[in-house]
Design a protein around this ligand. Structure first.
Ligand code: NDP
Length: 297
């Protein structure tokens, strides 16, 4: 069997970003509105700083406003909630992103719940989760599952009706919304997690396998149905062959899976770039809704 098609998330994300930039320019021209995202970072977690910087850079590149709030690690929860209240009330701010994880003394759920749902650019608010789960319009969908769905559709076509999909992982930010999106696309969806029995057998039934577990290379080649579409959400840093160096791997053993799957996302360069591109899309969509302009499809 020929090796799988490698799904180029980087190239797809570049195209999506270009479309978002066009949408931003159109909104400015038609309504005089510049989409703006407030990015809130509390503390100095190095990985979070990298993520936040790349989000802020992307906003500026696409012609949007980036309102950066980098706060000290000992910020009081009440001060963070007050900041969210100010951002909720600011008409120049169309989306609010609070970089997770927050320091331990802050209740993340309380902070996320404080963001008004229409500015919840990450789609983590229970109102947006509820709109998605009940299939209602206007839900802001979490960026990583949304990006994964766009890659699946680009690979298999828009019609996913009747496909067997397995989502490995049931987190609120990836696994659950991913399963909801696939269900809405008329797939027959199985959700697997750490208590699932006979995981390889479950995985082998799937035409579409989305792995979001955070376990380096857990999904082996012989867990994959020949010809399946494999979306590897995992980002895991492991030791490289060269002493002292590290490298990124996914939740799927790529070298094995590529020989069995029909199409597969690499790590890096697969789902990762889609996440930020979808954050930009969510921010543009929120600005369009606020301005009463048509929301980009
Ligand atoms: P979580 O840790 O929140 O969830 C992991 C899920 O995997 C849980 O549902 C857990 O099950 C399940 N799980 C863990 N171990 C096993 C196992 N041995 N067998 C079966 N299921 C297992 O992770 P996230 O959803 O936040 O992230 C998942 C991965 O995706 C991570 O590698 C993360 O870095 C990456 N990620 C990538 C993004 C991107 O932009 N590409 C964005 C977000 C995340 P249970 O519920 O039973 O504990």
């Amino acid at each position: 069997m020929a090796d799988a098609k490698i799904i180029d998330g980087k190239a797809f994300a570049a195209g999506l970003r270009a479309r978002v930039a066009d949408g931003v320019a159109a909104l400015k021209a038609s309504h005089g509105v510049t989409p703006g995202l407030a990015v809130v970072l509390v503390g100095e977690d190095p990985a979070s700083q990298v993520y936040v910087r790349s989000k802020e850079r992307a906003l500026v590149e696409l012609g949007m406003n980036s309102f950066d709030h980098h706060e000290p690690a000992d910020m009081a929860e009440s001060d963070l909630l007050a900041l969210i209240d100010r951002l909720n009330a600011d008409p120049a701010v169309h989306g609010i992103l609070v970089q997770l994880p927050l320091p331990g003394h802050i209740d993340s759920q309380k902070v996320l719940a404080r963001i008004v749902p229409e500015k919840d650019a990450d789609g983590f608010h229970v109102v947006n989760a509820g709109l998605l789960a009940t299939g209602q319009p206007g839900a802001i969908v979490p960026c990583t599952p949304l990006g994964s769905l766009l890659l699946i559709r680009d690979t298999l076509g828009r019609d996913l009706k009747g496909k067997r999909a397995l989502v490995l992982g049931r987190s609120n930010i990836v696994g659950k919304p991913m399963a909801q999106l696939l269900l809405q696309a008329d797939c027959t969806v199985t959700m697997a997690h750490s208590r699932t029995v006979d995981l390889p057998v479950e995985c082998r039934r799937a035409d579409i396998l989305v792995a979001a577990v955070g376990r380096p290379e857990m999904v082996r080649g012989d867990w994959i149905k020949p010809g399946a579409t494999v979306i590897d959400v995992g980002i895991n840093r492991v030791a490289a062959a060269e002493p002292g160096k590290t490298r990124l791997v996914g939740d799927v053993a790529f070298d094995e899976a590529v020989k069995v799957a029909g199409a597969i996302t690499p790590v890096p360069g697969g789902v990762g770039p889609m996440t930020i591109a979808c954050l930009m899309l969510n921010t543009l969509a929120a600005a369009c809704r606020a301005a009463g302009a048509p929301v980009p499809a």
